[in-house]
Design a protein around this ligand. Structure first.
Ligand code: NAD
Length: 339
């Protein structure tokens, strides 16, 4: 019997990626939805055969408790709403996945972790790239020092945003492209080096469109510094298409992914030849891994603690850009425990 997943928030990511991925999962399936938009219900019922008793709204969300068709609640709402609904989800006794960024403050991340611990449920973050073979190979090459010690990293992720919606509203987003796609550069730098950075410096990009970017940054450059002197030069933007993860080693070797962070079409190259794996359904593997962790009581490689770590670093980057100073990264937030 497959575990049942309920998607909370039926926006672009749920509709375009997660629901289709749940048609390919082996250990879990789409069994419920939570939506504030009743007009979306008929199409979801038709497409995915969802039972009426598994369709919820934000008012009756708590009554998911006791519904045996639902084992996992997946929060796919605007960033600023993750904490509230992840905590409500934990209180129903169901396991929880929150989309990235985990929340819009470290304190909220901690509240989510505490709520899941208190309820005795598992918590993971939607870090799909931890299940993508090219990115897994970069983790191996970097962490096992296959081509030598990584000395410098370049990580860039950005896209040209359209009207933007909640993503340009700071209360709902927590910030601009850094919280949205720049988080993949933080992730990439850490899983390539296999260490926690110790400090950061940062600078905002100049703003071309002051009306659009009146609450959140248009773009930002930052540098993560590691204890051994390694640096990761990172960049994110809502005004440029960027998609790169590259590492250089002390043996003059290099490896890179470009694009690195997409849903598919990831390509890898190194100074010693291609990184060539088949494309996978990242979200299907991510959700199946979490189901496996629940079924076999294992630790997820992408737990709440990793989400909190990255949110801490995001706000250290903003502090560095706001003050122009080098900001120390709290080593107590260290979380490197992936497989
Ligand atoms: P979206 O705007 O397409 O969907 C957001 C959903 O939230 C909509 O269904 C909307 O109706 C609902 N919603 C409820 N209350 C709302 C409110 N007050 N304001 C605005 N919308 C509200 O966004 P999305 O792209 O699906 O992103 C949702 C989450 O998923 C975000 O946290 C985002 O970072 C994450 N995401 C992750 C990935 C990934 O690759 N892991 C990709 C895209 C999005």
């Amino acid at each position: 019997e497959k575990l049942g997943v309920a998607l909370v928030g039926l926006g672009g990511y749920s509709t375009g990626q997660l629901a289709p991925a749940l048609q390919e999962t082996k250990l879990c399936k789409l069994s419920g939805i939570v939506t504030g938009s009743p007009e979306k219900i008929p199409e979801w019922k038709r497409k995915y055969n969802i039972a009426d008793k598994n369709i919820y709204n934000y008012e009756n969300f708590g009554t998911i408790k006791g519904n045996d068709d639902i084992d996992i609640i997946y929060i796919v709402l605007p960033n600023g709403m993750h904490a509230e609904y992840a905590i409500k989800a934990a209180e129903t006794g169901k396991h929880v996945i929150s989309e990235k960024p985990m929340a819009t403050s470290v304190a909220d991340c901690q509240r989510m972790i505490d709520a899941c611990n208190k309820a005795g449920v598992k918590l993971s973050i939607g870090y799909r790239l931890h299940f993508e073979p090219h990115n897994l190979e970069v983790m191996r090459l970097g962490q096992k020092e296959v081509y030598g010690e990584v000395q410098s990293i370049t990580a860039e992720d950005g896209f040209r945003i359209g009207h933007g919606g909640w993503r340009l509203d700071k209360k709902l987003s927590g910030g601009g492209p850094l919280t949205d796609v720049g988080i993949y550069c933080i992730q990439g730098a850490i899983y390539t080096k296999g260490e926690m950075p110790v400090s950061v410096t940062a600078k905002y990009h100049e703003v071309d469109n002051k009306e659009k970017f009146d609450e959140v940054e248009q773009g930002i450059d930052w540098q993560l510094q590691f204890a051994d002197g390694t640096v990761a030069d990172c960049k994110t933007s809502y005004a440029e298409n960027l998609n790169l993860l590259r590492a250089e080693t002390n043996k003059d070797e290099w490896f890179e992914l470009s694009p690195a962070y997409s849903y598919s079409g990831i390509e890898g190259d190194t100074s010693k030849g291609d990184i060539d794996y088949k494309q996978v359904n990242q979200q299907a593997l991510q959700m199946d891994d979490f189901a496996d962790c629940i079924i076999n009581d294992k630790k997820t490689p992408v737990p709440g603690e990793m989400g909190l770590r990255d949110v801490h670093i995001i706000y250290a980057i903003y502090e560095a850009a706001d003050t122009g100073k080098k900001i120390q990264i709290d080593q107590r937030k260290k979380m490197l425990d992936w497989r």
